[in-house]
Ligand binder design. Structure first.
Ligand code: SF4
Length: 453
């Protein structure tokens, strides 16, 4: 089947599977104190956690944005207020200083973490270091927006132990940037990256998005060439999820300016080839990393995982999320913090723990999650793993796998007794994951998931 026909056949939206089951099946608030009990249990077993802090503000709105953020131009006031509430949340999870959970990695995401001033970033790290024991080998990483980050902030973060920084580029094409309300030049980004190298950052990641207004193969090729010339350790290439009914501000984007599915697909395939030619390893669905990068190693040795931070190498079993909308995964239960920063502030002031949704995985969910992880991280699924871990109707699944093989999304490897996802099939790997998903019939809602192209 050619790519165009595949795109027509697999034109339905599908989850990205950063959690299983997908969040729209999670219900109700967790029982009072549930998150704290789980953190304590993990601490008592001397296990480390991964820590995620969600900084919920941006100074201006990007029209394509699908993240949890609030647009707040009054930086100082909102940043201070956020830190005040975060301190309360941190005091809850470390039981007012009675425990000091071990942290294997820290990631600042958003919103825009670099929305905070240098002083506020330093204060944030004082709060974290006081409450948690950051392990000597912990990796500290931060997301940034080239429009709001500066060298002083990068230095402050470096002095506080950060060694990885990610810049949201999306595209260097000016026409595309204007159509999504972004503005940063190649020169600005180049100077920022040169500063990172000078300061000592070990890893620079650049995020790109395809499927945005006015993009075509020719324009995106130029952007990819610029990206390669900047010599990043990692590149993430995401597909734009255009969901104007669910995300009303996306209506600011003229749908006629968007590339068609087939052009999108060609943009993706062309980018994959270019990264490959320049020595990048294609990891998972949408990451391209230098040989020797920890994601490339994890991809090779089978320890690559997928969670709310995307692809991660060797994560801890547990993730603690702090800040509005942050998600925790603790002893096989998901819990989401109140997404509105106003409500999150309010609940913390009332000494409440502030989660609005949770989901406790069953054993069957955990097995399914392993299978989905195997597909989306390692692009294969082993026959014996299907027999041992698949809890649905095996006959139906086998029929679907054969169909994926006919569509050249999967190919059978008789030597290793496994199905491998073909290079072209990587774009459609979410549909293979969906065939394994035991909750799909209950969670499906065409408006809530993005299409592959
Ligand atoms: S900087 Fe990121 S989170 Fe903020 S509005 Fe733009 S895309 Fe959304």
């Amino acid at each position: 089947m050619n790519t165009k026909d595949l795109l027509i056949k697999y034109s339905n939206p599908a989850p990205r599977y950063v959690a299983y089951p997908s969040p729209n099946i999670w219900k109700n608030q967790p029982p009072t104190g549930e998150r704290l009990r789980r953190v304590k249990k993990i601490h008592n077993h001397s296990k480390s956690i991964d820590l995620y802090v969600h900084i919920p503000f941006c100074s201006k709105l990007c029209w394509y944005c699908g993240c949890k953020t609030e647009i707040r131009p009054e930086k100082e006031y909102y940043g201070d207020n956020f830190l005040e509430s975060l301190e309360k949340e941190i005091k809850q999870v470390n039981f007012d200083g009675k425990i000091r959970p071990k942290v294997a990695s820290l990631h600042l995401g958003g919103g825009t973490p670099t929305y905070l001033s240098e002083n506020q970033l330093s204060r944030l790290m004082v709060l974290i270091n006081r409450a948690f024991l950051i392990q000597p080998k912990a990796v500290l990483s931060v997301e940034s927006n080239p429009e709001t980050v500066n060298v002083a902030k990068l230095k402050t973060l470096w002095e506080n132990g950060f060694s990885r920084v990610s810049f949201g580029i999306q595209d260097f094409n000016q026409e595309t940037q204007w159509a999504i309300n972004r503005e940063h030049s190649y020169k600005d980004v180049k100077n920022l990256i040169l500063s990172c190298r000078k300061i000592g950052y070990q890893s620079v990641n650049l995020d790109l998005v395809y499927g945005l207004p006015h993009q075509d193969q020719k324009s995106f090729l130029k952007s990819i060439e610029k990206v390669i010339s900047l010599n990043p350790e990692r590149v993430a290439l995401y597909n734009f999820a255009y969901l104007p009914k669910m995300i009303p501000h996306q209506q600011l984007i003229n749908p006629k300016s968007l590339p068609c599915s087939e052009e999108n697909c060609q943009i993706f395939l062309q980018s994959c080839n270019l990264f490959k030619q320049h020595g990048f390893v294609h990891v998972g669905m949408d990451h391209f990393v230098k040989q020797g990068d920890s994601l490339a190693k994890s991809f090779t040795n089978g320890t690559l995982h997928r969670n709310f931070m995307g692809y991660v190498s060797n994560p801890s079993e547990n993730l603690l999320g702090l800040g509005p909308g942050a998600i925790s995964y603790l002893n096989h239960a998901y819990m989401r913090n109140q997404p509105s920063s106003t409500l999150w502030n309010h609940q913390l002031k009332q000494e409440k723990s502030g989660q609005d949704l949770w989901y406790k995985q069953t054993l069957s969910d955990q097995k399914t999650q392993n299978l989905i992880n195997q597909i989306l991280c390692h692009m294969c699924i082993k026959e014996d793993q299907i027999t041992e871990e698949f809890t649905g109707n095996l006959e139906t699944l086998r029929e679907k796998l054969v169909q994926f093989e006919k569509d050249q999304i999967l190919i059978w490897d008789g030597t290793n007794k496994q199905w491998n996802i073909t290079p072209k099939g990587k774009m459609f790997s979410r549909f293979v994951a969906q065939a394994i998903d035991q909750h799909w019939e209950n969670t499906r809602s065409n408006e809530e998931y993005s299409k592959v192209a």
